[in-house]
Design a binder for this molecule. Sequence first.
Ligand code: ZN
Length: 292
Amino acid sequence: MTKKKLECPFCKSLNCVLLEKVNSHLNKKDYDLNKCNKCGLQFFTPPVFEDIYLNEGFLGQIDYYNEIHKGRTEASMWSQKIFDEIRENRIEIKNKKIIDIGGADGVNFDVLVKDFGINPEDYYILEGDERSIMACKKRGIKNIIPRYLSEDLKVKEKFDIVIMSGIIEHFTDLKVCMNAIFKMCNEGALIFIVTPNRNRWFLKWKVGLDVPPHHFYRFDKKFFRDNFRDELIEISTFERKKPYIDSAKSISDKLKLHWLLLYPFIPILRMANYFNSEELYCLLKVRSEVKK
Ligand SMILES: [Zn+2]
């Protein structure tokens, strides 16, 4: 049996190399972390989707999904970044057709209606997880596309605003999913992407959920600059606002030191981290309509 050559899931180049072997703490399975030398993407193999979202008891992440399935009242910090950008740049989203890709419990819907005054009819959510769909219905979301993104997904509507808040790293086939998204867009549509920054200074200390079968890709600024040259409006990094104690505790777990010993150093580490922050924010503009 010949082993299939490693192929980049984005640019399809065969010029890919193994970076390291990773045992996921989420499901105890082994994965390869690879890098494509052509487009610069880092990707895990095998990219096998596991429906961890339906399982409330998913190895140590019980509370996380339980909360989402109940229906959160506050948008995630990834979505909040998108909302901040829309406000600061005075981007007009009223009377625009909006799609929230992998929008989970639909918490963004509440913010968009209450704070931005969008027409509820203009909001669409693409979500395949049954419990999340129930939460969306409870909120009164009418336009629910009860699916995960895939090649054969047919959506009648075309959109002006696409929200991809902490979702791009979850796709199992990046090229197929990005093509599907571009096909849903009107000319001039804006695509808001927030995803972890693989060059974050804290990466070694805080892997968290940034491994398969949760995340399959690791991005950096250069990836978006090189591969979305025509569409790129902005690419930047940002830091989530959270208490110093959380950072001290996550580092202390790794170093096996008491968190109190680390606490005084956290402000300094935060400053160092400023230049290589945890998250990427990317805004793309669709230049021409992709024909179906
Ligand atoms: Zn590639």
